[in-house]
Design a protein around this ligand. Structure first.
Ligand code: GLU
Length: 505
């Protein structure tokens, strides 16, 4: 068999916001595709109209755009294997349902929900399978003419997959190794419903993976129980030779590690479980997103990449390009990955440090504006450069450095008590004169002159600097004093000192 081009897909159902676990699944598919020079397909699995949520598809697309995960073909991207929305592929599926019926791999069943319920009451642990299908109302128990007449008469039916019992089905999972499941535990799954003329997830998923020439199915662990059924479907269609390889990714677990990560964990501990903010169209509920919470997309990508995979050493910071190089399904873990959201915050801090100050300044501008501050861009860049080491989110910059942009409105009482001495007003008046006389108001320029002045006068450096800080900042925090006065400039520095002396005198 010729080597096939790697083709993988991300195939969400548009049932709401994309969970962060789904984002990780898409990311791993993306990394795998890029690494192998393959294609990544975006397919929408919307055959369950009851669960369709308007806006979900757009939301998912916008999420990937923000995160920098690009698709090669699919809904909104185009391609030769379309349409990529399953609700637009009805006719294609019908042909394949027909094939299974004609070859005796599937059968028509008319049992109503009430009849099924009745059987469940009659037989303990009822399952529609080889042991019970002979008692049900289906094309295996009814005369052919009657079946045809019922269908012609418009009776609703489903098509069920006829699973042969007692067969060990083997799946060679790229992450889990060999998984064996006996076919007797499977039920005759519904593959198609006449009511909406649509296939169920299982049939559509297999037919599309085949027609779209998918080579690897990389998806969440929750789909592992469906895999044996999928293997049987490939065989029933005669596609066993080109069946994709499976890789079922480990679950994302609660930060404490016990049980599956849920939205409630996010609400409880204050972290988002969605990439973007989500407005539920039915309930009106708004859920926070990584983007709106101030995470950088690079940080989210790096954080997610390491939830269930590692590069084999303790390297943690990796760009998308590096991840493409290093990613390896064989290094994915079988056991669940704890969702250590604090690590996500750490990554955000790291990426803020890595990014050029200009870029962070751009992100800080709207926050400044919200606070009514319009400052020259170079000043914002300088402040960001001095202060970004102290924050994990750009929005925290305001808390940390608002004093650069707005003069203190009051002077922190505790600091005044501790730092403003009897002679501070006098010292600050003198210092203001010294500063006024400096032509080179650079950090070094000020430092030299001021330190000389302190030495000549025999003043106490700490006392002078503490009082100086109080006049400019209004409290005891901030970076080096001359960094602050340099950014403020001579005029603003002197104005703040003058005011502080007046108020605190
Ligand atoms: N539509 C399924 C989902 O929502 C796809 C599962 C698969 O990848 O086979 O995750």
């Amino acid at each position: 068999m010729a080597e096939r081009k790697v083709r993988v897909r991300f195939a969400p159902s548009p049932t709401g916001a994309l969970h962060i676990g789904g984002v990780r699944t898409a990311l791993y598919n993306y990394l795998f595709a890029r690494q192998h020079g393959g294609d990544l397909i975006f397919r929408i699995e919307d055959t369950d109209s009851n669960r369709f949520v308007p806006g979900a598809e757009e939301y998912i697309l916008e999420s990937f755009k923000w995160l920098g995960i690009h698709f090669d073909e699919g809904v909104s991207f185009g391609g030769e294997h379309g349409p990529y929305r399953q609700s637009e592929r009805r006719d294609i599926y019908k042909k394949y349902v027909r094939q299974l019926l004609d070859t005796g791999k599937a059968y028509v069943a008319f049992d109503t929900p009430e009849e099924l319920d009745a059987k469940r009451g009659e037989i303990a642990n009822f399952q529609y399978d080889a042991s019970t299908r002979g008692m049900m109302r289906n094309s295996l128990t009814m005369p052919k003419e009657e079946v045809e007449a019922w269908i012609a008469g418009g009776k609703q039916y489903v098509v069920r997959f006829k699973i042969e019992p007692n067969e060990d089905i083997r799946i060679d999972d790229l992450i889990r190794g060999e998984v064996v499941i006996n076919s007797s535990i499977l039920d005759d799954k519904v593959l198609y419903k006449s009511a909406d003329e649509l296939p169920t997830y299982h049939l559509a998923n297999i037919v599309d993976d085949h027609l779209m020439e998918v080579t690897h199915v990389i998806r969440g662990e929750e789909w592992l129980p469906s895999a044996p059924l999928h293997v049987l479907l490939y065989r029933a269609f005669g596609w066993a030779d080109t069946m994709p390889a499976f890789a079922h990714l480990p679950l994302l677990l609660k930060p404490e590690g016990n049980g599956k990560l849920s939205k409630r964990d996010g609400d409880r501990l204050g972290f988002p479980v969605f990439p973007l903010e989500w407005h539920d169209p039915k309930t009106g509920e708004v859920s926070s997103g990584y983007r709106e919470s101030g995470y950088l997309p690079e940080a989210v990508i790096n954080f997610l990449a390491l939830l269930g995979w590692n590069p084999g050493n303790d390297q943690e910071l990796m760009s998308m390009a590096e991840l493409v190089q290093l990613f390896d399904l064989r290094r994915c873990s079988k056991s669940g990955a704890k969702f250590d959201y604090k690590k996500g915050i750490w990554f955000n801090h790291q990426y803020i440090q890595q990014k050029p100050d200009e870029e962070i300044a751009e992100l800080f501008l709207p926050i400044l504006k919200e606070h009514g501050v319009e400052a020259p861009f170079e000043k914002v860049v300088a402040v960001v450069g001095m202060m970004k080491g102290r924050v994990s989110f750009v929005k925290e910059l305001w808390e940390t450095c608002s004093f650069f942009f707005a003069a203190p409105e009051r002077y922190d009482e505790k600091t005044v008590k501790k730092r403003w001495k009897e002679d501070s007003a006098q010292h600050m008046t003198e210092l203001a004169e010294v500063l006024a006389g400096i032509d080179d108001f650079s950090i070094e320029g000020q430092e030299k002159v001021v330190m000389d002045w302190i030495a000549t006068k025999g003043y106490h450096t700490g006392n002078i600097m503490n009082a100086f800080r109080l006049t400019l900042v209004g409290e005891g925090k901030g970076p080096h004093m001359f960094d602050i006065s340099w950014v403020l400039g001579k005029e603003e520095t002197l104005a703040r000192m003058k005011r502080a002396v007046e108020v605190l005198k």
